[in-house]
Ligand binder design. Structure first.
Ligand code: TXA
Ligand code: MG
Length: 314
């Protein structure tokens, strides 16, 4: 057993904060039943209290203790857990989850992460762990332990699990009235095609830019690097870093142009995995503007473009 896993269980049980790897991004975790610990998450991240947290559980059985799953919701869990899918379901008040976690809502967001270290910490502790991404609210999410260290101070322990495989936060869904459709609250690694294929149900997207989005955290400006982000850039401008997608003629770029290719092969999964690392890297280069090559808007490209549009919003 890794010593840091043993230590993580102790720290979390004692009301401390642990940054841990998941397959999506690093989370800043606390025991979801200890209000003082949950409060520290909001403080450390500078997160507004109206924005509820996702609760991470080991498996479906643990999730059933906290939320009410309709047959349609169960079906999604059967297919996609453990994995990067979060379900918003009615909360069981008797589960004793701190009201801070759900921001006073009658629903709760639940997911079982697939990363082996997250799974180990959940199973060894038996806890339900609330964990937002381990970054200052509004900044780019961390996909490595170094990103966490560089972006947040005051965490009791960081468990290093290498690079996050998916690289984008989980897809968030809610079942519609009578399980007749799936409401997509946040696009992510589980795509609309994946959801439709598994259930045969229609997937309807919410307009997250409305005044009171169904997912309170989906504010338009989000995922912001220090640099300004310009989308669908084809050429290059002096002093601008370029985030590439697909083959790039480096001789045309100029050798002083900071360049980071999300996927030379034009592979959307690979690009998703490297997106936040690319934004962090650009900030490290000190560029003031990041030009992003066009990225196709299908499959996981929907989630990539969602994050980029928020990063570009000022
Ligand atoms: O992949 C992920 O989901 C990562 C890792 C750490 O698991 N976590 C993550 O958490 O992205 P965070 O806090 O950055 O995003 C949580 C999102 C927010 O947009 C929040 O508004 C939404 O989940 N959310 C939480 N509870 C909700 C609820 N009851 N109803 C609707 N949206 C909810
Ligand atoms: Mg976040």
């Amino acid at each position: 057993m890794r010593l840091d896993v043993v230590r993580a269980v102790e720290v979390l049980s004692g009301g401390g904060l642990v940054a841990l790897p998941t397959e999506t991004v690093y989370g800043l975790a606390a025991d979801a039943r200890q209000t003082a610990a949950v409060e520290r998450i909001f403080d450390l991240k500078g997160r507004p209290h109206f924005n509820p947290l996702i609760v991470h559980v080991e498996n479906q059985m643990k999730a059933d203790e906290i939320g009410v799953f309709t047959p349609g919701a169960k079906r999604l869990v059967d297919v996609f857990w453990p994995g990067p899918l979060t379900l918003v379901v009615p909360l069981r008040v008797s589960a004793g989850i701190s009201p801070l976690v759900s921001a006073g809502l009658e629903t709760i967001a639940l997911r079982a992460p697939a990363h082996p270290l997250a799974q180990l910490i959940l199973s060894r502790s038996g806890l339900a762990l609330c964990a937002p991404s381990a970054n200052i609210s509004g900044r780019v999410s961390p996909t490595s332990a170094d990103h966490v260290r560089a972006g947040l101070n005051g965490i009791d322990l960081i468990v290093d699990g290498g690079l996050c495989e998916k690289g984008l936060e989980s897809t968030i869904v809610q079942m519609g009235e009578g399980d007749k459709e799936i409401i997509l609250l946040r696009p992510g690694p589980v795509t609309v095609e994946n959801l439709q294929g598994a259930t045969g149900l229609r997937v309807v997207a919410t307009d997250q830019d409305q005044e009171a989005p169904l997912t309170p955290g989906a504010l338009l400006k989000h995922y912001s690097p220090r640099a300004r982000v310009r989308l669908d850039v084809l050429g290059r401008s002096v002093g601008e870093g370029v985030l590439g997608f697909g083959a790039e003629d480096l001789s045309l770029l100029g050798k002083d142009t900071p360049f980071y290719n999300l996927s030379e092969a034009g592979d959307l999964e690979e690009a998703a995995g490297r997106l936040f690392a690319g934004l962090h890297w650009m900030d490290g280069q000190g560029v003031s503007v990041i030009g992003v090559r066009p990225i196709p808007k299908h499959g996981v490209g929907i989630a990539i473009n969602d994050r980029l549009e928020r990063a570009a919003a000022k």
